[in-house]
Design a binder for this molecule. Structure first.
Ligand code: PRX
Length: 686
């Protein structure tokens, strides 16, 4: 759902004096000066940031070698190094440093469970002890610096403990969102060669029970059939189960809700309960001092060729960038309460539930449940309960809540809210205005943050005390980001224009490689427009220099803020024995932003009917995960192709929208297929 930025959205919302009062950046003038310095003299700019935060470097960065890079594939391999040679540790900086600075008794997380009334808190001091213990556990399991540890967990405190324990000993965490299927989890473990998997017995999402252990078992079996053995599975007893303990309490930082329908099957020699393996382990663990450019984590994101890419982020640059964006974009001050609704399984959770907030010693809410359970007022109940000052969420949530009208919102005060954030997809002006007026009561600025798994942190975003807002625009670049808009030929466009959004220089949080596949990194992000990082998104720049993201320019689409590739869906569809060929395109969706519209060509003799449609839908869900629904399935006896056999997706997008203005179809091999497709078009109501 592209936001466009047309004539209807001319109203500008300048920062209120309340937003400016005490803000880190209080004017566009100040923003521009800081931005200019970040581009012209990155070493000075980021050194000052290090000093302001008081980040600890065991060996400080060398000012003369602060940034070394090649951003141009035509001149050699892409290579980006920030502060190489400096030694630090991200876990130390987000935990030990805060505790040493006297924040040990400050709450790091208010954990709010799926069911109202299920809650707990954990301080920085307590978290440090848990992390040290689990670091010792990982070491005892043979995990070493550079190893990849797979994490498939619900939104519970142990997830943060597991991540930071990896970071402490220099292992890379590879978190797989708990909504992915066994196949998706297996594919990621195989690619990363993750021999250790950390999971939980299960979780409730709303009223739905997700049997994480069973999915993990299935994923490990898939790995085995492909010749890879997962040696250890550590299982958090989050729900408890009949077969193990009749739901008896265990010592755990998150309360447990007994669930007798789980039948957790622990495989001897491979599976270990978290609470048992943690028992009696020392809560002291030395920090591993790592090079600034050693990897911190990998996180898979969809790729337009089908197989997900393991995006690699490194130590010091990522930390600086997550910390700085968090501080300035949410204008976080000590004592504020912050809540990011994203799951830690996505990059938003990595950067803005864990690393960014913790680097500021922030107090956050961590929410396990879903926003409409037990009712549509849950988010505002949480906001009032913890007096949340800034909330960070996705447009899809706002659109979902819009359906229920004002009543569930007005039931709560929401007076604590000061900054409203959004991420993941373009926010349509209607949703923006609802967020601003109904949820924020017209008091709080909206920070519409454009960024990606690959960018580590916000790249285009307003600053609450400085930027006049236009609904639907992500406004201006963050510090360190030098954007440009280029045309098909890679020529930079000036002034008002529309084209591809690219970045001209590395910023500290940019991904450094695709795990195990540097050529794919270069090919995806640097090849089409040499000298630039290609975001893959289109954008428009208006007469005031504001940027408006118009959506993906490739075969990727955004379902509820989650990036998927049409190729992933297609390969799942093609696996069905009755499908000969499949093509998927993005289609606008009222609440999810976009959804998947797929065309399937069946094998000879197969019948297209409701049973087959539901089989196909369920197959895609099983292959990828429940959030990846094939919303529309269109019977396509033939697909429009060029004479060389390439599927003409441009034409399919038009057919999906019932738009008969197909443009130039002179290269199409057989245009009669198009008439059949229009005649077969299903009723679409999404
Ligand atoms: O298309 C853009 C969209 O989400 C993509 C990145 O997806 P992912 O790596 O999963 O990360 C999502 C969370 C950072 C982008 O290429 N996107 C993200 N934020 C916005 C957005 N589109 C428009 N406006 C945004 N604020």
């Amino acid at each position: 759902m592209a936001s466009g930025g047309g004539e209807n959205n001319t109203q500008v919302y300048p920062p209120s004096s309340a937003s400016q009062n005490g803000a880190y950046v209080t004017s566009m003038q100040q923003y521009k000066e800081m931005h200019k310095q970040s581009i012209e003299d990155p070493a000075s700019f980021w050194s000052k940031i290090i000093e302001d935060f008081g980040f600890h470097f065991e060996t400080p960065p060398n000012r003369d070698k602060f940034l070394e890079y090649n951003f141009d594939v035509t001149k050699g391999p892409i290579d980006i190094k920030w502060m190489q040679g400096a030694k630090t540790n991200v876990c130390y900086n987000v935990l030990d440093r805060n505790v040493k600075n006297g924040l040990g008794d400050n709450i790091a997380f208010y954990w709010e469970g799926n069911d109202p009334g299920d809650h707990s808190t954990i301080t920085y001091g307590q978290l440090l002890k848990e992390v040290c213990k689990f670091s010792n556990v990982l070491k005892s399991l043979g995990v070493k610096k550079g190893d990849r540890v797979a994490i498939y967990m619900p939104m519970i405190v142990e997830l943060v403990v597991a991540m930071l324990a990896c970071a402490r000993i220099g292992a890379m965490h590879s978190i797989v969102f708990g909504g992915f299927s066994a196949d998706s989890l297996a594919g990621r473990m195989l690619d990363a060669k993750s021999a250790v998997l950390i999971t939980a017995d299960g979780v409730y999402r709303g009223a739905k029970l997700v049997d994480l252990k069973k999915i993990s078992d299935d994923a490990v079996d898939v790995c085995k059939t492909k010749g890879f053995d997962v040696s250890t599975m550590v299982v958090v007893r989050h729900l408890g189960s009949k077969s193990v303990d009749n739901g008896a309490e265990v010592n755990s930082p998150t309360p447990k809700r007994p669930c007798y329908s789980l039948s957790t099957n622990m495989v001897s020699g491979r599976d270990r309960w978290w609470h048992e393996i943690m028992e009696g382990v020392s809560d002291q663990c030395d920090t591993e001092w790592l090079d600034a450019e050693d990897p911190l984590f990998m996180l898979y994101t969809s790729g337009s060729t089908g197989t997900p890419k393991g995006v690699v982020h490194t130590q010091a640059g990522y930390l600086l960038y997550a910390a700085t964006t968090f501080k300035y974009v949410f204008d976080y001050h000590p004592g504020d309460i912050y809540w990011c609704t994203a799951d830690v399984g996505w990059i938003t959770g990595h950067s803005y539930v864990v690393y960014g907030p913790m680097a500021s010693g922030a107090t956050s809410v961590m929410f396990e449940g879903v926003p409409t359970y037990p009712d549509e007022g849950r988010c505002w109940d949480i906001v009032d309960k913890y007096k949340v000052n800034s909330i960070y969420t996705a447009p899809t949530l706002i659109r979902t809540l819009m359906k229920y009208g004002d009543a569930p919102i007005k039931k709560y005060s929401r007076k604590s809210l000061r900054v409203l954030g959004t991420v993941g997809e373009p926010i349509n002006p209607e949703a923006w205005l609802f967020y601003y007026h109904k949820i924020g009561d017209g008091r709080s600025p909206i920070v519409d943050t454009f960024w990606q798994t690959e960018t580590g942190g916000h790249t285009m975003t307003p600053l609450p005390g400085a930027t006049p807002l236009k609904p639907g625009s992500c406004t201006f670049p963050f510090f360190g980001i030098e954007p440009a808009v280029v045309n098909d030929k890679g020529e930079e466009l000036e002034g008002v224009c529309e084209g591809y959004l690219v970045f001209k220089k590395p910023w500290p949080g940019v991904m450094r490689t695709v795990y195990g596949n540097h050529p794919r990194y270069e090919g995806t992000y640097f090849k089409q427009f040499p000298g630039y990082y290609k975001t893959g998104d289109g954008c428009r720049r208006d007469e005031d220099g504001y940027y408006w993201i118009t959506g993906r320019m490739d075969d990727m689409f955004n379902v509820s803020g989650h990036l998927l590739s049409t190729a992933e869906i297609e390969s799942a569809l093609i696996e069905h024995p009755k499908v000969a060929e499949a093509a998927a395109v993005a289609y606008p969706h009222k609440t999810k932003g976009e959804c998947c519209y797929s065309f399937v060509t069946l094998i000879e003799g197969a019948e297209f009917n409701e049973t087959l449609i539901s089989e196909l839908r369920s197959h895609v869900r099983t292959k990828i995960g429940p959030f990846a629904a094939a919303e529309v399935v269109h019977n396509a006896p033939g697909l429009p192709k060029t004479r060389s056999g390439k599927i003409m997706r441009r034409v399919l997008r038009k057919i999906a929208k019932n738009d008969h203005d197909l443009g130039d179809v002179s290269t199409m091999a057989d245009s009669s297929v198009v008439d059949v497709l229009f005649a077969n078009r299903p009723d679409v109501n999404v």
